[in-house]
Design a protein around this ligand. Structure first.
Ligand SMILES: Cc1ncc(COP(=O)(O)O)c(C=O)c1O
Ligand SMILES: N[C@@H](CCOP(=O)(O)O)C(=O)O
Length: 415
């Protein structure tokens, strides 16, 4: 299992208080000398490490850059990402039978998904590295965010999408923001293999979540949840339930908590239990957690209505699995029907999300019914993308239209 211990003597490669460390062998790498995604020695995942980790007192301002002291750079390519709402969901609370459920709606970011938090950091690092083409594989949201932030930074963007499996709103975003879009006859994992190969050949700078700088931005989801929960309830949540695809958020949240522990701002026992949810047709992380495996087996054939998490090879699993374990969390798989039911339940509470996001609430409902989540827990469900990302799924889950003639009597007849 990976060693995710922070602290220790800063290495000679440290630049501006920051370096990269391999989570497998501990090798350290200079952050901005060369483009690097994995350990040059053992190919392990890299993590951004800091000379100092801030406590909450250091934070000021709003949005992702409120947390600049916890990030590698002082500013990013920004379109005001972060500062998303933490909603109460009274109907879901009553229905699921958990005393305090809140929903952190990341769909309220500028491009409608949490990816913006990573891109504001990652695209700025790309700028510092002097690269001239940004690229990603995507089930849709990463491509929309990268296209948008690439446009803002005036840098070329290339995106590889699994043909026929990306929701309409996301393709529209990538297209309008000016990305070069390639539709690949394969699934997301195949797209990521190709784009990682292109990046290794120096053709583009990779901005999927294997890029350690992107995950730094996504850490701020955790910081916001902790600050908002404390302000609204007087406590930190016991548990965060989140959808899992490439497992970037699970890894980023765990890193957020570890850094707070290292800074002395949180006790280890206070880390919210990270609880991952996948669709039954794409559940390699759930399989690993349930079987107690240290590694995730790649699923070649994946299928789900929640196309954003139609992923069989979660690249961040070596960072995320230890997080689920260390925080006392778990993982659960939910059916497409359960996802759609949860999407409707969220909509009834006024929260419009895409199917992958609803997986978190579906997972909460299932784990509560199975007795794995207690009735008195304070739970935050992460909803990762906006309803309008996938209008077809929303329309299919919603009610039918009634056609009427163009006069008031005709309308009154059907009321
Ligand atoms: C809407 C949405 N939810 C959840 C996920 C999964 O997040 P992660 O890859 O960080 O596990 C993704 C993308 O992967 C997504 O686009
Ligand atoms: N759901 C993602 C899949 C890619 O995840 P990433 O976080 O590694 O970029 C998407 O929107 O493409």
């Amino acid at each position: 299992m990976a060693d995710l211990t922070l602290g220790g003597e800063p290495p000679a490669v440290m630049t501006d208080g920051v370096w990269l460390a391999c989570i497998e062998c501990g090798e350290t790498v200079a952050p901005y000398d060369d483009v690097v995604y994995r350990c040059p020695d053992c190919d392990g995942l890299l993590e951004v490490r800091y000379e100092e980790y801030p406590t909450f007192e250091a934070f000021e301002g709003t949005g992702v850059w409120r947390y600049a002291d916890a990030l590698p750079l002082a500013e990013g390519v920004s379109i005001k990402e972060g500062n998303t709402p933490l909603y109460t969901v009274p109907e879901i609370e009553a229905d699921v039978g958990v005393a305090d459920v809140r929903v952190k709606h990341e769909g309220m970011n500028p491009t409608g998904a949490f990816k913006d938090r990573g891109m504001t950091v990652g695209v700025k690092v790309a700028d510092r590295l002097g690269v001239d083409r940004l690229a990603c594989a995507s089930t849709g949201n990463t491509s929309a965010a990268l296209a948008c932030y690439g446009a803002r930074a005036d840098t070329e963007v290339l995106v590889l999408l699994p043909a026929g499996k990306v929701a309409a709103g996301k393709v529209a975003q990538a297209s309008l923001h000016g990305a070069r879009i390639l539709e690949v006859e394969g699934n997301f994992d195949a797209c990521l293999d190709i784009v990682a190969d292109l990046a290794d050949r120096g053709e583009a700078y990779l901005l999927n979540s294997i890029n350690p700088f992107r995950l730094e931005g996504q850490k701020t989801i955790g910081l916001e949840i902790l600050e908002q929960s404390l302000a609204e309830t007087g406590e930190w949540p016991d548990r965060i339930v989140l959808p899992v695809g490439n497992a970037g958020n699970t890894a980023a949240l765990y890193k957020c908590f570890r850094e707070l522990v290292e800074a002395g701002a949180m006790e280890e026992e206070e880390m919210p239990a990270l609880t991952g949810v996948q669709a039954e047709g794409a559940a390699p992380m759930v399989e690993a957690v349930r079987e107690g495996n240290d590694e995730v087996r790649r699923w070649e054939d994946v299928e789900t209505i929640a196309t954003a998490i139609r992923i069989g090879n979660p690249v961040n699993a070596p960072k995320a699995l230890p997080g689920v374990k260390a925080t006392g969390g778990t993982a659960v798989a939910v059916s497409d029907e359960e996802i759609t039911d949860a999407q409707r339940a969220l909509a009834r509470d006024g929260v419009g999300v895409e199917p992958a996001s609803a997986a978190s609430v579906a997972g909460l409902r299932k784990l509560r019914a199975e007795g794995e989540i207690e009735a008195d827990e304070q739970v935050v469900c992460l909803t990762t993308g906006h309803l309008l990302k996938d209008p077809d799924a929303a329309a299919a889950a919603g009610g039918d239209m009634t056609s009427v003639p163009a006069d008031t009597e005709g309308v009154l007849d059907v009321l």
